[in-house]
Design a protein around this ligand. Sequence first.
Ligand SMILES: Nc1ncnc2c1ncn2[C@@H]1O[C@H](COP(=O)(O)OP(=O)(O)OP(=O)(O)O)[C@@H](O)[C@H]1O
Ligand SMILES: [Mg+2]
Length: 418
Amino acid sequence: MFKTTTSKLFLKNFSVIVFLLSAFSLAVYLMVTHNVENADRQKLQSLSDILMGPIDDPNEAEEIKNELIPDVMQSHGFLGDNPDKIALQWFDPKGQLLATKGTASITIPFDAAAKFQREKTSGLLLLTSPAVRDGVLIGYLRVGMKVCQSEKYKRGLITSLLIGITISLAASSFIVLFLVRQTLKPVEESIQKLTDFTADASHELKNPIMAIKSNGAVALQYSNGMRETDRTKFLAIIDAAEQINVTMTDLLSLAESEHELLNDALTFLKIVDLLDDLNADLKELSIAKSVELKWIITDGNLVIKGREEDIKLAIGNVIKNAIQYSNPGQEVVITCRNIGNKIVFEITDHGIGISEEDQPKVFDRFWRSNKARTHTSGGNGLGLAIVQSIVKRYKGTISIRSKLGEGTTFTISIPERR
Ligand SMILES: Nc1ncnc2c1ncn2[C@@H]1O[C@H](COP(=O)(O)OP(=O)(O)OP(=O)(O)O)[C@@H](O)[C@H]1O
Ligand SMILES: [Mg+2]
């Protein structure tokens, strides 16, 4: 009964968890990568500062390249382990390259104002620093350092986060589903109790109502000497009892249609036979209203799997409405065809029609567009509520096309069950 609500609640809760987990993971990723990047930059900055210290003569490029820089790097343990991971470039104040050291190649053009740059292909992080001695710019030192470790670390972090998110989502999907079911259980039980109560009450009330009706009928049978006003009163009692009886029957049908459909109760029903029976059942009403019923069945061998009483009640209620809300002399057309894996019934009348505003309301319980008129004609506004409930039970759909004053078409589509 609550399958759709369960799925909707599950999806809503699950989406919130997906959103929170993604936001949390993104925040962790951005924070950690920012810290790693900062650490790399600090390392590069301190290497640059150390190298910059002994340089004081910009014209001795060869000396800088061959002795100074290697010495500094060796003494600080930078070049010893990884000559291919470090690259140095010494530029004159005009940006002319004077010397390079280290085997890692730098391809990005010199930019005095760049400070930190990243060489995507080789994974080098570059730092360009001006060398100033006694207030005079004597050149630029560009230091490049491979940060493969950091890249590896970032990739590892992404993998761990993805694995973490997947495991958390899988676990939370079970937990959310369990919690949603637990939450809905009492509501489902209450509604079930209410439905059962409606069915029981309708059942229990049927007998006294029938007793009132039959006693009234008996009284009228022996009405010799009865005053005319009393006769009218008895007729009104019988009429009211009949109206209550119809409402009780409809409430019982509605309660029944809300139960889950049991596969054992279903049989293959030949549609031609079903519609033949309906034609016979509705003959009296259609003659009384002077409305002609026209049946179009595209395939005489069409079958539908279901309970005969359900299909007859659903289609019959819609045809009854089409007759009731038609004008004398009009025609009601009932077509049945097989579209894809669905059996589609279409009931068209050219009667009073339903305004666009009222169309969504027609399936509400006890709703009638003109209460006074329909009450006298015996309608209680439960017919289409029952139809909708049965159609839902068969996992089908029902839709309306209508224009006020021009007529209405109801389309009921029920999936075939093979
Ligand atoms: N084919 C139709 N054309 C115009 N109005 C319709 C049509 N079918 C339904 N309606 C409107 O929708 C209302 C609800 O229909 P529904 O069948 O649920 O109740 P009802 O016909 O009034 O009573 P009953 O319970 O006897 O069927 C009707 O009262 C009527 O106003
Ligand atoms: Mg009706």
